[in-house]
Design a protein around this ligand. Structure first.
Ligand code: HAM
Length: 431
């Protein structure tokens, strides 16, 4: 009999790989919850028109498009943003803003399979609707950084640009949207010379071409210095100056909010998708050439899908590439496996023990509470047998002072700890 294989570009995930993928998925969902993003699930199959509207030429050409048996032209989703925007323009249109939505799942692009590029891949996607303010853009940068850090990745660097800089210049030079999109596609592939040629033949002035060239060449790690230079270069283009100013505000907010971002500012950096109107960015690690994720502001898409004008900013983290980065750096997220048992000294302390267990679990500690009504000594010897790491004994003497006994089971030592410091006392000794 013929031995079947997976279709080119498609992969099986055997248990170990499946576990890592699910782990990244779990962490991305947790980061979403910590930032207040609600999860939604949208279909893998959508109308072709919806997905193609602003996907950009490259993705449009690579969509898995087909007619279903009812004769509808449909496609497998190549990204989440179009589906989420469809919902915000329709079923969710009356939801109060800001609206934060999270999705995770598989996507499909007929890309040429290579390292970090597959035809079926996974994203963890976050979209924030309803705010034009720089703190919304800064939030998206911050949550991206948090996710990568929580997964244990080191030396993450953010490439950041702003679509308003290039589009501001090109609009003032009267290039229409189609011509601008063509230029963005070329810039996305770093084909600067060709981008300049397209601008030239579309009628951009020689002065504009000179400025564009300068913008393409400007980049650097010192964000505020690069932005100062860019502002000088584009000073005759009002919208472009406003875009530089906006990017400065976003980065200042992130900095003042205590987020240390390693950045490379590239005012001439464009992304392939056509809906971006503001800041755009991609996170990288030095070991891998391709972006671990990508995102940016898109203030016009909801309107285009028939909704109210609702500003938006978002990011998609590439789960597969994050897994590759973790493998390359040899890192894994710290997951606490050590168990804690909480033991009430008598029946009247059971409720308190349960309350303390919830507190410990919300600090991500695996906790068992004693449910057999056994004496402390018996529960402790049972805990010993099952290799529990810590026991928390809840008794009258200590509780009077809002304290409990914390026992390190391996070292066989115990001390009295204030309840408000209990999580940190356990987590601290695990580090
Ligand atoms: P994107 O840059 O097309 O943006 O994709 C985001 C990430 O998905 C990429 O950085 C990469 O990690 C992963 N990815 C894309 N294509 C592949 C592939 N063929 N194989 C493996 N991984 C891939 C978007 O999709 C936008 N919807 C992001 C966004 C959300 N912007 C605003 N909100």
């Amino acid at each position: 009999m013929k031995a079947y294989r997976t279709v080119r570009g498609m992969r099986d995930f055997l248990p170990k790989d499946a576990e890592t993928m699910r782990q990244v998925e779990k962490f991305s969902r947790e980061v979403g919850q910590l930032y207040g993003y609600e999860e939604i699930i949208t279909p893998v199959v959508e109308s072709h028109n919806l997905l193609a509207a602003k996907a950009g030429e490259e993705i449009r050409e690579r969509m898995y498009t087909f007619k279903d048996l009812g004769g509808r032209k449909v496609a497998l989703r190549p990204e989440f943003t179009a589906s989420v925007a469809r919902l915000v323009a329709t079923k969710l249109r009356n939801k109060p803003k800001p609206l934060r939505l999270f999705s995770v799942g598989s996507l499909y692009r007929y890309d040429e399979p290579q390292y970090g590029r597959f035809r079926e891949f996974w994203q963890a996607n976050y979209e924030l609707f309803g705010s034009t303010r720089p703190e919304a853009d800064a939030e998206i940068l911050m949550l991206t950084k948090d996710l990568l850090l929580n997964l244990g990745l080191r030396n993450c660097r953010f490439k950041i640009g702003h679509m308003g800089i290039l589009r501001g210049i090109l609009s003032q030079e009267n290039l229409d949207e189609r011509q601008q999109n063509r230029i963005m596609q070329l810039l996305d592939k770093k084909r600067w010379e060709e981008a300049l040629n397209v601008a030239r033949s579309a009628g951009a002035s020689p002065r504009c071409l000179k400025i564009l060239k300068k913008v393409f060449e400007t980049k650097g790690k010192d964000a505020f210095q690069v932005l100062g230079r860019a502002e000088d270069d584009v000073q005759d283009y009002e919208e472009a100056v406003a875009a530089v100013e906006n990017l400065r505000e976003i980065l200042e907010l992130a900095r003042e909010g205590g987020v240390k971002l390693e950045v490379i500012i590239e005012p001439g950096f464009a992304r392939g998708l056509e809906y971006y109107t503001g800041m755009v960015f991609e996170p990288y690690v030095p070991e891998i050439e391709t972006a671990l994720g990508g995102g940016g502001r898109y203030d016009k898409l909801i309107e285009l899908f028939g909704g109210q004008p609702i500003p938006a900013v978002g990011v998609a983290q590439g789960v597969d590439r994050i897994v590759l980065a973790m493998k390359t750096q040899g890192v894994a997220p710290k997951i606490v496996k050590e168990k804690v048992v909480v033991i009430p000294v008598g029946e009247e302390y059971v409720a308190k023990a349960m309350k303390l267990s919830s507190m410990l679990r919300s600090a991500k500690l695996p906790v068992e509470v004693e449910v057999m009504g056994r004496a402390v000594s018996k529960t402790l010897s049972d805990a010993d047998r099952r290799a529990v790491a810590y026991a928390v004994v809840v008794g009258p003497e200590e509780l009077k002072e809002e304290k409990v006994v914390l026992r390190d089971m391996k070292k066989r030592k115990q001390r009295v700890v204030e309840i408000k410091n209990l999580c940190e006392a356990i987590l601290g000794s695990l580090r």
